[in-house]
Design a protein around this ligand. Structure first.
Ligand code: HEM
Length: 448
């Protein structure tokens, strides 16, 4: 039994706190660590790596990433997740603080916001990879942790680098319909976005002053006119190589390469949203339809993949409309009602969109026919078998009450094709494509 008096409670706490610091000290210092640090430093020999080139790519991401986040959050709002059956991430809790009723005009609002989300995400890919290349020495620095503050910064880097990797991987896989994993896209992409953004905000907060200082340390104009032969390493900074190798590419060469890659991605994908670039959209997942036939435009779920029995879309098909009263209508009866024509986009959550001319019965007319209040929320149910994704969707009153919102029977003057939802489909301005229910069998105007 030692005779030393027991340390006072305050000292005991100081002792307990000191332990991890001492532990960190033991891990982060010592001759082996120094030797390993020197060895890893010799791995990174590019003479153009340094705070300036990192800050050039960082400044582009500082603009692009918040736009990605906001357009992603708007995509979630556009689902009107507060309406029954519309929420893909019902556990969102406080992360739903910003939700509001999605708008239904202008009709192109979701087309633009989601087109930006997906196209910008793809265009930023080369810049994100170049940024990661420029900071790779930091990611593998030895010792990995030097202090508690350094440890916190490292944790934010895990959120940042891990988060962007996750967002890019899940986003690109989703638009390519490629799901090599068992987890739910929505959960991971949605919560991953918040985790990533928290790392991003910490990173910007910590690094912004250094980024401004680095950008001011060299003139972009001079760098863009500096040849390979005149390329010299930066003079200071953690990312600068200790033993730089001879330059094989200049900073302007690298910037040109990255911008060229982003421009190539843009011109081979953005055509799925920007019509004038349709011809060059070689990498667009939904392909480039020539539009010779009135129904010849992009489609996601075809009639064949919908697993609907073709017999139920024939002459015996009846639309059920429910409000104060329930009415059943044949296609002929619907065609004999006043027809409304509207030029409206189909804007898919995957970023592609197409504008076509739709003709059919205005939803407000069907609401009146069923004795429902115009502007009531509307549940639309399709003929797809139960369990099919997006078999039903609830439209908010401002969408169903929009005079241009239709139960479409025709497109570009011709009957809808089975792929586009024959016998009838919903087409609503400003809504994500998944809420424009195809092969409709029931419309229920919900009491408000
Ligand atoms: C190449 C990169 C990306 C692609 C292709 C992509 C693609 C998509 C797609 C297709 C959706 C809609 C999913 C659906 O409703 O079915 C979506 C939603 C979303 N994205 Fe991305 N995304 C990318 C990067 C990002 C990044 C970097 C962030 C965050 C900064 C982000 C945040 C979100 C959010 C918050 C949503 C809403 C999720 C929800 O509705 O539950 N995305 N993204």
């Amino acid at each position: 039994m030692s005779d030393r008096p027991a340390p006072a409670p305050a000292n005991r706490l100081a002792l307990r706190l000191a332990r991890p610091v001492a532990l960190i000290r033991r891990v982060v210092s010592g001759p082996e660590i120094d030797a390993l640090a020197a060895k890893t430093q010799r791995l990174w020999r590019s003479p153009i790596r340094g705070p300036w080139i990192t800050s050039v790519f960082g400044s582009l991401l500082l603009v692009g990433i918040p736009i990605m986040f906001v357009t992603g959050l708007l995509s979630y709002v556009a689902y009107d997740p507060r309406l029954a059956g519309n929420d893909n991430t019902p556990q969102h809790g406080i992360l739903g603080f910003y939700l509001f009723n999605w708008v239904s005009s202008p009709s192109w609002v979701y087309r633009i916001s989601q087109g930006i989300h997906v196209s910008l995400g793809l265009v930023l890919l080369p810049i994100i990879l170049a940024k990661l290349w420029s900071v790779i020495p930091k990611l593998f620095e030895v010792p990995p942790v030097r202090s508690v503050a350094h440890a916190l910064e490292r944790v934010s880097l895990v959120l940042l680098v891990g988060g962007i990797g996750l967002e890019l991987a899940t986003g690109i896989a989703d638009i390519e319909y490629f799901y090599p994993w068992k987890f739910d896209f929505y959960d991971v992409h949605f919560y991953g976005a918040w985790a990533f953004m928290s790392g991003f905000l910490i990173h910007v907060w910590v690094k912004f002053p250094a980024m401004v200082k680095a950008l001011r340390s060299r003139s972009l104009r001079r760098e863009l006119s500096t040849s390979l032969a005149d390329t010299r390493p930066e003079t200071s900074g953690e990312l600068v190589a200790r033993a730089p190798a001879p330059a094989t590419i200049s900073r302007r060469g690298l910037i040109g390469l990255v911008m060229g890659a982003s421009a190539t991605v843009f011109f081979t994908t953005a055509g799925e949203t920007i019509r004038s670039l349709h011809g060059t959209a070689l990498l667009a997942p939904r392909g480039r339809r020539k539009g010779r036939d009135p129904n010849d435009f992009e489609v996601n779920i075809t009639f064949e993949t919908s697993r609907i029995d073709p017999r139920v879309t024939g002459a015996r098909w009846r639309l059920e409309v429910e409000g104060q009263r329930r009415v059943k209508l044949s296609r002929a009866q619907l065609l004999s009602m006043p027809q409304t024509t509207a030029e409206l986009p189909i804007a898919c959550v995957e970023g592609w969109s197409t504008v076509q001319t739709w003709t059919g019965v205005a939803l407000v007319d069907l609401a009146r026919l069923a004795g429902a209040k115009v502007g009531s929320d509307l549940l639309a149910v399709s003929l797809e078998p139960p369990g099919s994704p997006y078999r039903s969707a609830t439209l908010a009153g401002n969408q169903a009450g929009n005079p241009a919102a239709l139960l479409a029977l025709k497109v570009n003057g011709a009957d809808l094709s089975p792929d586009h939802g024959f016998p009838a489909r919903i087409i609503v301005p400003g809504a994500p494509g998944v809420h424009c229910t195809k092969w409709v069998q029931q419309l229920r105007f919900l009491p408000s």
